[in-house]
Write a protein that binds this ligand. Structure first.
Ligand SMILES: Cc1cc2nc3c(=O)[nH]c(=O)nc-3n(C[C@H](O)[C@H](O)[C@H](O)COP(=O)(O)OP(=O)(O)OC[C@H]3O[C@@H](n4cnc5c(N)ncnc54)[C@H](O)[C@@H]3O)c2cc1C
Length: 375
């Protein structure tokens, strides 16, 4: 299918990921034990297929957001764990690709792109979620190194990451200008991880830093801006993952209503079911356009895409929740049975409206931009 925002090679890349998904991701979805172990295996498979470089900026280049978006939608269609294994390599290394020194980039970026090292992005704290600027993890200079002390929570890849990008307070006070980003090698002493279990499998945990040695990333005091720049670039891709999940739910529903008979007819023959299918389809296609447009604008050279990125994430994640819910409804009782694909999607899709900025925070970002533009 032609797409106004994708080049031919984005479509080919998505095709390659679909073939990968068909071959490697159709099985093993029912096993929800050990998401961290499965993430490791999935990262290896993605590395073997040479897909991880699409999530990671080359040491002296920029990340192509449309590639990120194309791969995430195609992966999330099959498996949200595979999507997360892929996306975290980018989220956890993006700030490094922006401001790292040559030595830092050489040390980490190729290893992350090869999948030898898993990456994590640790900004959330128990008392600093939506309000990232309230981060309390403390960074103090100790000779040539820095040492971190504090707790990060709800961290994807906690315990399996080899590299953590961590937001911490390097100066006294509450001002965002006192926050810096740090690189932490997971082999360093003073890291304690507690696994957390979410409603759908996800490699999630709390990470406690106890005077952990860390390396400053970029300039001191620029951590908050860098964390926001990372979220800004990755927002369309969360929307893309949502589109992938919604597309899968839609396909499952489509198959179901053509096979299931009630009152002597296939469900697809009832007009209200047809209305549902049409609405789901339009909902999905509309959100997909916003996602791809945001990625296209970023790839066109925009430094930041606060309005377009937030619109893409908000529209797509809210759409996916609606579409998956309707797919469950069209399945009737079978839709809530453990083992049904739509049941799994129903649980998996929920956190997309929360992570990397809740829907409410996206609305605040959009409104701020609208008000700024109308001044
Ligand atoms: C599966 C999953 C993976 C995650 N992975 C990571 C990760 O890798 N790294 C990381 O750092 N974090 C991660 N997070 C954390 C995530 O980014 C936070 O959960 C999110 O930012 C919300 O923060 P919070 O949970 O503290 O909620 P809170 O900020 O406490 O928000 C609670 C509610 O209040 C609303 N709210 C807050 N402020 C306002 C406001 N000003 N106006 C209106 N409503 C408001 C929110 O929208 C929400 O509905 C992950 C979370 C999940 C669920």
């Amino acid at each position: 299918m032609n797409d106004p925002f994708f080049e031919e090679w984005h479509l080919k890349l998505a095709e390659r990921v679909r073939a990968f998904g068909d071959k490697h991701l159709r099985a093993a979805l029912q096993d929800e034990s050990d998401p961290a172990g499965h993430t490791r295996q999935l990262a290896l498979k993605l590395a073997e297929a040479n897909l991880l470089p699409a999530a990671v900026a080359p040491p002296w280049g920029v990340m192509d957001v449309r590639s990120l978006v194309a791969v995430r939608e195609a992966l999330a269609y099959f498996s949200s764990l595979a999507d997360s294994a892929f996306a975290m390599q980018g989220l956890g290394s993006y700030a490094l690709s922006l401001v790292g020194t040559d030595v830092q980039k050489k040390r980490w970026l190729p290893a992350v792109a090869r999948g030898d090292v898993l990456a994590a992005f640790a900004v959330t704290e128990p008392e600093a979620g939506s309000d990232l600027a309230a981060a309390r993890t403390r960074a103090r200079a100790d000779g040539l190194v820095w040492r971190l002390r504090g707790v990060k929570t709800l961290i994807s890849n906690a315990g399996i990451a080899g590299l953590y990008t961590v937001l911490a307070r390097s100066a006294d006070g509450d001002d965002p200008s006192g926050l810096s980003l740090f690189l932490v090698d997971a082999e360093a002493p003073g890291i304690v991880v507690n696994r957390l279990e979410a409603m759908a499998p996800h490699p999630l945990g709390e990470v406690r830093f106890e005077d952990t040695p860390a390396v400053l990333l970029g300039n001191e005091g620029k951590g908050y801006a860098l964390a926001l720049a990372t979220l800004d670039a990755f927002r369309p891709s969360v929307g893309a993952a949502a589109c992938g999940m919604a597309a899968r739910a839609f396909d499952e529903a489509l198959r179901w209503v053509q096979a299931r008979r009630q009152f002597g007819h296939r469900l697809a023959e009832f007009q209200s079911v047809q209305m549902s299918l049409a609405e789901m389809h339009v909902d999905l296609e509309g959100a997909r356009l916003l996602v791809r447009r945001a990625a296209w604008i970023k790839d066109g050279g925009a430094e930041r895409i606060p309005r377009e990125g937030a619109m893409a994430k908000l529209a797509a994640t809210e759409m996916a929740q609606r579409v998956v819910d309707r797919a469950v409804q069209l399945h009737g009782g079978q839709g809530v049975m453990r083992g049904a694909t739509v049941e799994r999607l129903y649980r998996e899709v929920r956190s997309l409206r929360i992570y990397e900025g809740t829907s409410e925070i996206q609305k605040l970002l959009i409104a701020r931009e609208i008000l700024k533009e109308s001044r």
